[in-house]
Design a protein around this ligand. Structure first.
Ligand code: ZN
Length: 317
């Protein structure tokens, strides 16, 4: 695990359509590791995929609920507008060619806060970007053979939230979640978590008067922030209640982390997830993502669950 402070993004969870198409795009086209193949604990007839770096470190984890029949989402207020990944600055050319070769829809390069941004969309229309970060080449990159390690994604850069009024959301980011305001550019206010490395940026795009978004396929479902452990999480929950009038849920055991949830004032569902115990709790690091893993309370129903989950073989592609 990294020695940087336990602050910043823990994971981002989004809604996809066809599970095999989702799996192929993130593991093959983007070269992320499938670090956990499990089910939605609240809807165990559907998958929950976790993609990330080699060890599935907090700040590298993008997860999906693949709901084959989900209607397409619509961007707007109260939604995550874009989810961004870090790559070495000199890898942007490689990725542009890779997107052309793989038929990935992408946009012209732009600059944000001095960094080069390559925006693109996944097969479900989810808005993503690669951000070329000078110095990221010194961070470890994981390769599954499809994307060379030198060009590989180094975790999240961050997320951009589309919000009507940044002030109350910004106050929670700075007062509770450990971020500090780090700059402004146009309508975007940048917040940064302390320390170096991935998963430390939240940009608020303040867009008064936009239409509200609608959750669906291609939408981010929620953003999870890091807490080192249960004690740190309880302190954050206390602050949310006492100082911000929020009503976080009771703690839920997600097997790989423990979580509380609340809807922040701008409308985005936030989660606070513990760094512990992590993804190696039920299978060895070398075998992450290979077997279908179920929490203890669902293990007695494994046969039924395996019977209803869509097959992940090539013919569905
Ligand atoms: Zn989550």
């Amino acid at each position: 695990m990294s020695a940087t402070p336990a602050a910043g993004l823990h994971h981002v969870t989004a809604i996809a359509g066809n599970p095999l198409r989702n799996l192929n795009f993130y593991t093959r086209t983007l070269g992320l590791r499938l670090v956990k193949k499990t089910v939605n604990f609240d809807d165990p007839g559907t998958y929950h995929f976790y993609f990330g770096d080699e060890a599935g470190q907090p700040g590298s984890i993008l997860t999906f609920f693949p709901w084959e029949h989900a209607a397409p989402g619509r961007g707007g207020l109260g939604q995550t507008q874009q989810t961004t990944f870090r790559v070495p600055a000199r890898a942007i050319g490689y990725w542009t060619h890779r997107f052309i070769a793989n038929g990935v829809a992408y946009e012209a390069l732009e600059k944000r806060f001095g960094e080069t941004v390559l925006s693109f969309t996944d097969p479900d229309g989810m808005s993503l970007a690669l951000v070329g970060v000078p110095g990221a080449e010194t961070e470890a990159g994981w390769s599954n053979g499809d994307v060379p390690a030198e060009h590989a994604i180094r975790g999240f850069h961050g997320v951009t939230l589309l919000i009507d009024d940044a002030s109350r959301t910004g106050a929670i980011l700075t007062d509770v979640l450990g971020f500090a305001e780090a700059g402004r550019e146009g309508s975007i206010i940048r917040y940064r978590a302390p320390g170096a490395g991935f998963g430390r940026i939240v940009d608020i795009y303040e867009a008064k008067g936009f239409l509200p978004g609608r959750m669906g396929r291609g939408s981010v479902h929620h953003i999870a922030f890091r807490a080192a452990d249960d004690k740190a999480q309880a302190e954050m929950a206390h602050k949310l209640v006492q100082d911000h009038g929020m009503h976080p849920t009771e703690q839920k055991d997600r097997n790989y982390f423990r979580s509380i949830y609340f809807r922040e004032p701008g409308g985005v569902l936030f989660e606070i997830a513990t760094d512990i115990p992590g993804f190696a709790v039920d299978e060895p690091l070398a075998a992450l993502g290979e077997a279908l893993k179920l929490p203890a309370f669902l293990e007695p129903h494994r046969k039924d669950i395996e019977g209803v989950l869509p097959a992940l073989d090539e013919k569905v592609a």
